[in-house]
Design a protein around this ligand. Structure first.
Ligand SMILES: [Zn+2]
Length: 69
């Protein structure tokens, strides 16, 4: 049996439980905190880290020579 993550809609507790896909979809898993069978299966999300690489510093020299006067 796969393990699913749930969020209790009654008390907001988050928990994991082993159950069938049907049970998970139906949300009939009892919350271990309050016992309510109003669990909502959490969607598995992939934590992706953004790696932004900044490389190379460009030096922009601006030189202006003006003759005034
Ligand atoms: Zn609960």
């Amino acid at each position: 049996m796969p393990m699913y993550e749930f969020t209790c809609r009654a008390c907001g507790a988050e928990f994991e439980d082993l159950c069938t896909a049907a049970e998970a979809a139906a949300g009939s898993v009892a919350c271990p905190a309050c016992g309510a069978r109003k669990s909502e299966r959490k969607l598995s999300t992939f934590a992706s880290k953004d790696s932004s690489g900044g490389g190379g510093g460009g030096g922009c020299g601006h030189g202006s020579h003006g003759g005034f006067g």
